[in-house]
Design a protein around this ligand. Structure first.
Ligand code: GLN
Length: 307
């Protein structure tokens, strides 16, 4: 068989995906073609004709996507910041909205000024936030926690890939971020905490890609979406060093509630709500401030040393 126009194969794919109810049929059709050809999506126009074998392979991939298998499980990767994470069954696919938490963390570290900052990523999944921070800040000491063994295996393999590429290795811990005895050795030492915990309220209606593929333990946070975040905030209070800060992603219905969880505690100040790209409430930032007693103690230490 002779070579065929790529454009026609893509048009066919768009209609197959549209028929299957895929939310962004053209983008997905183009990304699958680009993945198969090993090129950027923006360069597809430079490939007029493709081999019949490529068309067959493409149709097979499109058929998988039409079954509402997540695009990233088919291509095998999902980006975060400047890196790509390997993903597949058993691990949550990193989402674009989490890039905002990454952006906040990097900007905070920039302004914070401390060299070799200690960073803690809770519910790391594929390792996305931890590894993207380690890539952008080679001087950081990055710890990451994951509960699920399957997800942890993906994080471990992504961490090995990044270390091979020359990034500073991260420290992975298996653990439950709601456990009050987790990582006691890090108490009072962490400069930045980031978290994309399970936060969808139970019973929410989700797209099949999410409901049938992302691990449920990575998605649902109890009846109100706060069952992981609530105890996690107590732990963040233990881990942060005075002056450090945390960013916690949450359901768009829970902005005020998550802000309140931080604001209730005297150890947190400067609590701010942040929207995602669609303008919905998406993450809360809080700073670890000195309590009255800590401030008093700091003042008396200063006056003693001044004498
Ligand atoms: N933002 C994700 C979604 O909409 C949920 C992420 C999470 O629970 N951590 O599917």
């Amino acid at each position: 068989m002779s070579r065929q126009p790529l454009r026609l194969a893509i048009i066919e794919a768009v209609s197959v995906l549209e028929e299957a109810g895929v939310p962004s049929p053209r983008v997905d059709a183009e990304l699958l073609a680009a993945h198969l050809l090993g090129i950027e999506r923006t360069r597809l126009g430079l490939v007029p004709l493709v081999d019949p074998a490529m068309v067959d392979a493409y149709r097979a991939m499109v058929a998988q996507r039409a079954k509402r298998i997540p695009l990233q499980y088919i291509t095998g990767t999902s980006p975060m910041g400047e890196i790509d994470l390997a993903v597949g069954p058993g691990v949550f696919v990193p989402r674009p909205e989490t890039e905002l938490v990454l952006g906040w963390a990097l900007a905070f570290l920039e302004g914070y000024g401390r060299h070799n900052p200690v960073v803690l990523d809770l519910c790391t999944g594929s390792g996305a936030l931890a590894l993207a921070i380690a890539h952008a800040r080679p001087d950081a000491v990055v710890h990451a926690v994951e509960l699920e063994p399957k997800a942890l295996a993906w994080a471990r393999s992504n961490a090995q890939t990044r270390a091979r590429e020359g990034d500073t290795p991260i420290v992975l811990h298996q653990g439950d971020v709601t456990d009050r005895t987790l990582l006691t050795a890090l108490e009072g030492t962490v400069d930045v905490v980031v978290a994309n915990p399970p936060y969808i309220p139970e019973g929410a209606v989700l797209e099949p890609e999410v409901a049938d593929h992302d691990p449920h333990s990575a998605l649902f946070g109890g009846p109100d979406g706060l069952s992981v975040i609530r105890p996690m905030v107590s732990n963040i209070a233990r881990w942060l060093r005075i002056g450090g800060a945390a960013a916690v992603e949450h359901d768009d219905t829970n902005g005020a509630q998550v802000a309140e969880l931080f604001a209730q505690r005297r150890v947190f100040g400067d609590v701010t709500e942040h929207p995602d790209l669609a303008g919905r409430p998406r993450f809360v930032v809080a700073r670890r401030v000195p309590t009255d007693i800590e401030a008093h103690r700091a003042r008396s230490v200063r006056s003693t040393t001044a004498e």
